[in-house]
Design a protein around this ligand. Structure first.
Ligand code: UGA
Length: 341
């Protein structure tokens, strides 16, 4: 099996490469990215070939790789809410335009595509649990630029789905729900909004800055450990039942409000030398979203997946609980801080 991972140097890509190399010895990976920093430790493997390339500049090379693979994962994307509101056109250019080109090549060369949709396509949907084929995709007015990511991904979902019906494209769409783990974001970056929430809070503690609860912190997310997410991706690759399906990949048992999350992280961090002192002094404060992200931000107040389809068709279930995933993630960041000091 020849797997092409475009954006292999990102959070999901790096873990997917690692798992394939560890457990599927006869698979080969072509790994494309602008940087190999997160997969440098894997480069000695003979089953992984890294190609430094920018899909925005040099599409020729990317297209050659698509011709030669069995399945393509187009994982290169911007997935940070602050960028959605500060540079929405960059999000559109990479997440939509560049990925559309990849999808069209997959159609042309009749390749299987496993595409990262997102939990964000459901937007502000009011359903108790979001279901792939029943829940509405609810976004806000155009002036709320946060939704450009959701809309870019939704449009690609629709395009891929239509190619499946018209041209027989073999595809699977997976929707990560707040995947968390090692290598997610750089916690040494001090800027507010530079990371997803778990790594943002760790970064705040590291730098002795107060933890901000955007609009009070009552919003709910279901956090999913990266190994559970990757397990679903491997099952998708290996299972014909995944063809032309959409899967939520999240952990409905790990529902947590952002306020609760802040409290948990502060308490866990105080067990580690590198965080202890600041964890005792840092405060949890309320912040207005328009101050934190700007006026074109709008939030999702509750986001819980139904994972029944992944259970039924793939035999997949998330197993890592909330406290465990936080401990595993904090362990990783504490280790690299210790090494660097
Ligand atoms: C994320 C991102 O869009 C993507 O990474 C991804 O597609 C998707 O959701 C997902 O992983 O499912 P969101 O959950 O809003 O969106 O991203 P975070 O930045 O992790 O924020 C989570 C919540 O914490 C938001 O309500 C945000 O306002 C809040 N937050 C964030 C704070 O209260 N304080 C902070 O300092 C940072």
């Amino acid at each position: 099996m020849n797997i092409l991972i475009i954006g292999a140097g990102g959070f999901i890509g790096s873990h997917l490469c690692e798992e394939i190399l560890n457990s599927r010895k006869d698979w080969n990976i072509s790994a494309l990215d602008i940087s190999s920093a997160k997969i440098d430790h894997l480069l000695p493997s003979k089953n992984l070939n890294f190609y430094k390339t920018d899909i925005l500049d040099d599409y020729g090379q990317t297209e050659e790789h698509i011709k030669n693979c069995d399945v393509v994962f187009p994982l290169a994307a911007i997935a940070s809410p602050l960028v959605y509101v500060q540079d929405p056109l960059r999000v559109f250019q990479l997440d939509f335009e560049a990925n559309l080109r990849i999808v069209k090549s997959a159609v042309k060369y009749e390749k299987r595509v496993v595409f990262p949709s997102t939990s964000e396509v459901y937007g502000m949907c009011g359903d108790e649990e979001f279901e792939e084929d029943n829940s509405n995709c609810v976004t806000g007015p155009i002036c709320k630029q946060r939704w450009i990511y959701s809309c870019s991904k939704q449009m690609l979902d629709r395009v891929i789905y239509a190619y499946g019906i018209r041209d027989g494209l073999r595809y699977t769409l997976f929707r990560p729900f707040n995947w968390i783990g090692p290598r997610l974001d750089d916690i040494k970056n001090e800027n507010n909004g530079s990371s997803r929430v778990v790594t943002q809070f760790l970064s705040n503690i590291l730098h002795g800055k107060n933890i901000n609860l955007v609009d009070g912190g009552s919003q709910i997310r279901c956090f999913t450990y990266i190994s559970d997410g990757i397990d679903a991706l491997i099952k998708i690759i290996e299972n014909a039942a995944a063809d032309r399906q959409i899967f939520n990949v999240g952990n409905p048992h790990n529902q947590c409000s952002i306020r609760e999350l802040a409290q948990k992280i502060l308490s866990l961090a105080s067990e580690y030398d590198v965080f202890r002192e600041n964890a005792r002094t840092v405060k949890i404060v309320n912040t207005d979203s328009s101050e934190y992200y700007g006026k074109s931000y709008q939030d999702v107040s509750r986001r819980v997946p139904s994972v029944r389809r992944a259970e039924e068709l793939l035999g997949w279930k998330p197993v890592v609980g909330m406290d465990d995933l936080l401990i595993k993630t904090i362990n990783f960041y504490a280790e690299i801080l210790k090494k660097d000091s």
